[in-house]
Ligand binder design. Structure first.
Ligand code: HDE
Length: 703
């Protein structure tokens, strides 16, 4: 009696008295009455008690015959699969790609044949160096991997948010990644390149200098996945129905424009919200603000390739947009989060060699190495050659082949014929016309391990990138280099890096050397090819030059206190929402605040949990007594001083001045501080925010 009472008490009420229906796949569904389905083992046996293992007596030994316990714990013990060696931390979403116009002239890829064609896609964004549980705002390249489920097979465009790479030949990839990840003896630092091994390797690899300029720039600390460009990096080929090839480089451009954070802010975001980028994508999609990118292509022929200053097969080089204009060919919309993170985002298997007929490779040695590597990775990680049977990896077009068996085979060929040729007259056959035909490029040469001389110029495009940045962006690069190299313990490595910087920009090298306290300037590194100084800057490379001039998709943190003007609060909300931005309320208490007229204002964050680093701009909507109370709290002072230091626009009510003063911010410091006393002022504030940051302030705050 006692035993049965104990069991029923410890069982959740919801598991009692259900009536359920069985679905097609045998799974149990909720009944029409909305009652809870019965819990079962993985094999469908209904479970009577999920709180206690099977024992002899209440306090007796457990029985190995408890198959429900065994089933449950066995599965739990096997829940983890190896994380990706690189790009372990990522976040994905579903959506579609819509083709603008037929590109039949250039490619026979089915996806580019019909204007308006919609192709389902899955995109996974990632950092590279950090482990799966690392924070989102590491200084790092971001993966931008797109799987397009075309009608002629999956096309994986496995790119990054930076158009160049560290190395030219795939054989150096393991060295690069070993050097970048945690040092093998200490197993730190996590998700950062600011350590000796990384800079030791880099300083011995001049080919990495162009990429170094990019990862030391603001591109490596994006504000959101939604505000990043994406690049296929390598030169690919389009091949048309007449087997003619055109070289192509792929660039994704965010409709909301680019935006990054500043380093001091990134460090704080990682503490305040390690999932900052994930949350941003989740919230945008869940609220119906679907992020969008335009796919553009740079198309060129062999003559262009021959006349271009650099080798188009060298993944450490770009073709500046001013020299070869990218043509928009379609748009990517992300409109659905996966129902389950593991099923899709963790199990998705991208492979550069997944190309449909009409898209082909160039001889870029990095791309060729990748085409070889990714299949291995997927087998290791997903554990069976049948990883293509997983719904996220399976094509969405008809497919037929004779592959069979292996671990977890879910789609074996049906019937007798599992080989070809066969005389049974059944089974799929090759199609020389529709099938994938490699571009028949004429190749000849000796078998050698050599780097082409046309790959030898390592500094000119690094210089081009640096010269194309605005002064604040150039400052950020100098600060990033100084920060990273300050974490390097070995002076010789720091000096070696400065010797490379001398080949890129003398002022940059001098600033970094000075900030590192290097007394004797090293000589410039020996350059295989003298760096050029005749390359025209490319304004397209600057984030600030190409600002969206809109505050759409951004977020304002409004710090409120009791006693504020409810009408003004509503004006601010309406101005923000009209712009297509989002407002979140921060208050001293999570219960919110009461406006002067008694209206309740709900808060999303308590001040300690809602620092200003989480927002693109802030409003201090405070009554004077409210500001005086908040001025006693460190978190409120940081809210203001950080927003100011990070060059954000700050709207404030007259009552907020005591808090501004306590935070050390002069209310009249610059035009980024905007008094909010009317509906018009609220609108002006939001218009000012379209600049995103007031970079002119940066020199004054000296972060
Ligand atoms: Fe990758 N890369 N990579 N990579 N890469 C992987 O594949 C590799 C490179 C990129 O969200 C791995 O599934 C080699 C360049 C992205 O799932 C692995 C080389 C670019 C992702 C691998 C490169 C990338 C990966 C690890 C040098 C930008 C994440 C897990 C030749 C164009 C995809 C996995 C996702 C992932 C190998 C260089 C982009 C180990 C050998 C260049 C976005 O197979």
């Amino acid at each position: 009696m006692a035993q049965s009472r104990q069991r029923s008490e410890s069982r959740p009420a919801s598991s009692r008295d259900q009536s359920v229906e069985r679905g097609k796949g045998g799974e149990l569904h909720q009944t029409a009455q909305g009652e809870t389905p019965v819990l079962t083992t993985a094999l469908g046996t209904p479970v009577s008690d999920d709180q206690n293992t099977l024992k002899i007596g209440e306090r007796g030994p457990s029985l190995i015959e408890d198959f429900h316990f065994r089933d449950k714990i066995f599965h739990f013990d096997h829940e983890r699969i190896p994380e990706r060696v690189v790009h372990a931390r990522g976040y994905g979403a579903h959506g579609y790609f819509e083709t603008y116009e037929s590109l039949a002239k250039y490619t026979r890829a089915d996806i580019f044949q019909r204007a308006g064609e919609k192709t389902p896609v899955f995109v996974r964004f990632s950092t590279v160096a950090g482990n799966k549980g690392s924070f989102d705002l590491a200084r790092d390249v971001r993966g931008f991997a797109v799987k397009l489920y075309t009608k002629e097979g999956n096309w994986d465009l496995v790119g990054n948010n930076i158009p160049v790479f560290f190395i030219q030949d795939a054989i150096k990839f393991p060295d690069l990644i070993h050097a970048a990840k945690q040092e093998p003896d200490s197993d730190f630092p996590q998700a950062q390149t600011a350590h000796d091994n990384f800079w030791d390797f880099i300083s011995l690899m001049p080919e990495s200098m162009h990429m170094i300029m990019w990862i030391m720039s603001d591109r490596a600390i994006p504000r959101s996945f939604r505000f990043m460009q994406g690049f296929g990096v390598h030169t690919f080929r389009f091949v048309n129905a007449d087997d003619e090839s055109t070289f192509v480089k792929f660039i994704w451009k965010p409709k909301l424009g680019m935006q990054s954070v500043v380093w001091n802010e990134a460090v704080k975001i990682n503490g305040a919200d390690p999932d900052f980028h994930r949350r941003d994508l989740w919230e945008a999609i869940q609220s119906g603000n679907f992020p969008e990118w335009e796919l553009t292509v740079q198309l060129f022929d062999q003559d262009f390739a021959d006349s271009f200053d650099f080798d188009v097969l060298d993944a450490t080089k770009i073709i500046p947009e001013e020299i070869l204009k990218p043509i928009p060919v379609g748009r990517l919309v992300l409109d659905r989060m996966p129902d389950n993170f593991f099923a899709d985002t963790e199990q998705v298997a991208f492979m550069t060699q997944n190309v449909p007929p009409g898209i082909d490779f160039s001889n870029d040695p990095l791309l060729q190495g990748r085409n070889f590597s990714y299949l291995d990775t997927q087998l290791k990680r997903l554990g069976s050659p049948n990883f293509t049977h997983l719904p996220i990896n399976a094509p969405k077009c008809p497919f037929a082949h004779f592959q069979q068996d292996g671990h977890m085979a879910m789609r074996n060929p049906v019937g007798r014929a599992n080989y070809e040729p066969n005389s049974w007259g059944v089974g799929p056959r090759e199609d020389p016309l529709r099938g994938f035909r490699s571009f028949a490029d004429a190749e000849q040469g000796q078998k050698v391990r050599l780097r082409a001389e046309s790959f030898a110029d390592h500094y000119s495009q690094a210089r081009l990138f640096f010269n194309s940045q605005t002064p604040p962006e150039q400052r950020h690069i100098a600060m990033a280099l100084t920060f990273e190299l300050s974490k390097v313990q070995t002076p010789a490595i720091r000096e070696r890096m400065v010797s490379h910087l001398l080949n890129i920009d003398e002022a940059l090298a001098t600033t970094v050397a000075d900030k590192l306290g290097i007394r004797k300037m090293p000589s410039p590194a020996a350059a295989a090819v003298p760096p050029r100084d005749d390359l025209e800057p490319s304004p397209a490379l600057s984030i600030i030059e190409n600002g969206p001039e809109s505050f759409r998709g951004r977020k304002v943190g409004v710090l409120v206190s009791d006693g504020v003007d409810a009408a003004l609060f509503e004006h601010v909300r309406s101005a923000i929402e009209t712009e297509g931005a989002v407002m979140e309320v921060v208050a001293a208490k999570i219960g919110g605040a009461s406006a002067a007229d008694g209206t309740h204002i709900e808060a999303k964050h308590m001040i300690d949990g809602g620092p200003s680093v989480l927002f693109d701009a802030v409003v201090l909507m405070l009554s004077e007594p409210g500001a005086e109370l908040l001025a006693k709290e460190a978190a409120a002072k940081d809210f203001v001083s950080d927003a100011f230091a990070h060059c954000k626009f700050i709207g404030f009510t007259a009552g907020a001045e005591p808090l501004l003063a306590k935070a050390g911010v002069d209310a009249d410091a610059d035009e980024g501080l905007i008094r909010l006393d009317s509906q018009e002022a609220a609108e002006e504030f939001v218009q000012a925010c379209r600049k995103l940051r007031l970079w002119a302030r940066e020199a004054a705050v000296k972060l």
